[in-house]
Design a binder for this molecule. Structure first.
Ligand code: ADP
Length: 691
């Protein structure tokens, strides 16, 4: 090999070194090595280096030049990928065509075969570039250059002979080695870069870890194999109260004498490789407070796997512990209540979209009331256990509550099947999405008592009604029978008075006057009683009646009294049509008008106002006077028979009028009420059915 060839080879080698630089810049350091623009730029730069390599060639014979393009293009194919390979190969081919000569074809073939072998090798052995061994790179170099030798067969015969004589052997010795060295340098770059990255990753990870440990809200501590503290973070200081400086190198400060054994056991277990997860301990802090901590322990090992100590995370769960205790207590309380209450509770689950309802649970009272065994009903259909629930409507109610999610009351019903018979009052409410709860009470005793009471009341009422009827008919017949003798007494006293008055001494005349008066009063009383007991004896028919004409009629009958009293009676509102019995209504209105004309202050003239109001299907007819009024305490009493508030001397009367009013309106389905201010007047209101 001549001096010139050696110089060219050195230049070639120097240029090949630039590959390492380019590879480092574009592929190792860059995180965007796969981007197209970067690949194009690197392709051009590589192409330029290849061109440089080709310009530093040495001439074997005229038109036949040699350089390390095969090394360059093989490595480009192997390390840089398709786009840079294509660009640099094209530039090399272009230059080789420009250079011309008889070696053009083999030269171009070498370019194409080298880059192809590189690309195929890379594609075939798709793996990380840093994994390539020296042997692999050397083998690769040999393959590339075997192809190169094959390309040289295309040289014209003379040059071919010269080449195989002089250059083939050195080429096969030097070029694969060069390929291996440059390739190895590139591989080394990747490995170095990876190492750096791993180191910096490790550094930032431990920095991050330190920050996490420092700011962690839970205590993080570590112990050596003698259980002495080797680290104690800020949260540990805060939770336990001891500063890091106070505890480092010392045993854990918070372990109580009584807990030593437990801790010992836990530490031994941890070191044995049985990590402790969430064990709870009651601990005392530096200032003597009792706290509950939850411990997570794990062993610490060095890189060789030897035990170094214990790593512990301690969480202050005092509040959570208290809340859990309270919850447990309240659950226990409710459980006790559920088990001991005297009321039945059944929990059901609705299944198959409402096709069936099964028992989830029933408390002891529920089982007692319904006569079942809890175990035998769990999970079974309600319809199967209590066939009558459907007929009773309870089953539908359960489904309704499940559908609407609204609580419902299923009122007292008698449950009866072949096995049991009881009365129950059910409250049903939705629990979870498919669960419904029924609370039921056995009210059998109460219902039986009510039934008995009702029966007794009915009997008593019937007895009373019969007695009342008897009394009424007795009063009627007595009054009726008394009428004839009374008529005789009154008739004969009148005859005596008419014919013999003048022949009687003065005293006799006075006595006769008493007899006549008493006879008259008794006659009024008997008429009143007869009227009272006659009311309701015959059946009552209600008709639509114009209230106005009824009231007008009543006023007309009392015209003489009105004139005598100098009274003023007026109707001050419209009076509608009512649904009533004419004779009863007339009786009631006339009696009220009579009283209004009677009970007025001496010397003042009665002013009577009649009005009406319509409300919710009822007509309220009011007769208001400006009379003496009635004290509140008599408002009920005066509607009873013979109840009078005045002597006959003050105001004459029988005490039957208002009882007739009351009986009449009650018989028509209405009522009578009173408002009054003593000394100012009274307001009687009749409640009559409207039309
Ligand atoms: P009588 O009028 O025959 O005494 P009632 O049954 O009609 O019987 O009345 C009972 C009592 O109610 C009367 O004695 C009277 O004291 C009182 N009373 C009835 N209407 C009025 C009224 N408009 N003003 C004041 N007191 C009345």
């Amino acid at each position: 090999m001549g001096k010139e060839a050696l110089l060219a080879l050195v230049n070639n080698a120097a240029l090949l070194i630039t590959f390492v630089v380019l590879y480092t810049v574009f592929y190792v350091k860059s995180t965007t090595s796969r981007q197209i623009p970067r690949q194009i730029i690197s392709g051009f730069l590589l192409g330029m280096v290849t061109v440089g390599v080709m310009l530093n060639s040495w001439q074997l014979s005229p038109g036949v030049v040699f350089d390390t393009r095969s090394v360059a293009l093989g490595l480009i194919g192997l390390f840089f990928g398709f786009i840079p390979s294509m660009i640099s190969a094209s530039m090399a081919v272009g230059l080789r065509i420009l250079m011309g000569g008889e070696g053009t074809i083999p030269g171009i073939s070498t370019i194409l075969s080298s880059v192809s072998v590189g690309l195929i090798w890379q594609h075939h052995k798709r793996r990380d570039s840093c994994d390539r061994s020296l042997l692999e790179l050397y083998l690769f170099g040999i393959v590339v250059h075997v192809f190169m030798l094959l390309c040289m067969l295309l040289l014209p015969s003379q040059s071919r002979e010269t080449f195989f004589e002089i250059a083939a052997l050195p080429v096969m010795i030097v070029y694969p080695a060069a390929t291996m060295i440059v390739g190895w340098a590139m591989t080394g770059q990747i490995a170095r870069k990876r190492g750096e990255a791993a180191e910096s990753e490790l550094a930032s990870t431990s920095e991050r870890l330190a920050v996490i440990v420092k700011n962690s809200p839970v205590a993080i501590i570590s112990l050596d194999l003698d259980y002495k503290v080797t680290s104690w973070n800020e949260a540990a200081e805060e939770i336990f109260g001891w500063k890091c400086s106070e505890v480092l190198g010392k045993p854990l400060p918070y372990i109580l004498e009584t807990q030593k054994e437990d801790y010992e056991r836990m530490n031994v277990e941890t070191l044995k490789g049985l990590p402790v997860r969430g064990e709870r301990f009651a601990q005392r802090t530096k200032d003597g407070r009792e706290i509950i901590i939850k411990v997570y322990n794990a062993p610490i090992r060095d890189e060789n796997g030897n035990l170094e100590g214990i790593f512990g995370i301690l969480e202050d769960v005092t509040e959570q512990h208290k809340a859990e205790l309270a919850l447990k207590e309240s659950e226990l309380r409710f459980r006790k209540l559920y088990m001991n209450m005297n009321i039945g509770v059944a929990i059901y689950r609705v299944i198959n979209e409402g096709d069936d309802v099964v028992f989830l649970d029933m408390n002891p009272s529920g089982c007692r009331i319904t006569g079942v065994n809890r175990e035998e009903i769990l999970g079974r259909s309600v319809k199967a256990i209590f066939p009558s629930v459907v007929e009773l409507g309870l089953y539908q109610r359960l489904i309704e509550v499940w559908k609407t999610s609204r609580p419902m009351h299923h009122p007292v019903r008698r449950y009866k099947d072949e096995r049991i018979d009881f009365w129950a009052d059910n409250y049903i409410y939705p629990d979870r999405s498919n669960e419904v709860v029924a609370i039921f009470e056995d009210v059998t005793q109460r219902e039986l008592m009510l039934e008995e009471l009702e029966r007794r009341v009915k009997n008593r009422t019937e007895e009373l009604e019969a007695a009342n009827k008897e009394l009424e008919s007795f009063a009627y017949s007595v009054s009726h029978d008394l009428r004839a003798p009374l008529r005789a007494i009154n008739g004969f006293s009148k005859i005596i008075s008419d014919r013999y008055m003048s022949s009687l001494p003065e005293e006799g005349q006075r006595y006769l006057g008493f007899i006549s008066k008493a006879g008259g009063d008794m006659s009024d009383l008997i008429d009143g009683l007869l009227e009272y007991s006659r009311i309701g004896r015959s059946s009552i028919h209600l008709n639509e009646l114009p209230l106005k004409s009824i009231v007008d009629d009543c006023i007309a009958t009392l015209n003489r009294r009105i004139e005598e009293e100098g009274a003023e009676v007026s109707i001050i509102t419209d009076l509608p049509t009512v649904y009533a019995n004419q004779s009863l209504l007339k009786r009631a209105v006339t009696n009220l008008l009579q009283n209004a004309l009677t009970y007025h202050n001496v010397g003042s003239r009665p002013i009577v106002k009649i009005s009406s109001k319509h409300h919710k299907g009822w007509v309220f007819l009011t007769i208001e006077d400006n009379g003496i009024g009635i004290e509140d305490r008599y408002h009920e009493r005066i509607f009873n028979v013979f109840q009078r508030l005045h002597t006959d001397e003050e105001f004459p009367g029988t005490g039957i009028g208002l009882s007739i009013v009351k009986k009449s309106v009650l018989l028509m389905g209405g009522d009578v009420s009173l408002e009054s201010i003593p000394g100012k007047g009274s307001k009687f209101t009749l409640k009559i059915k409207g039309v």
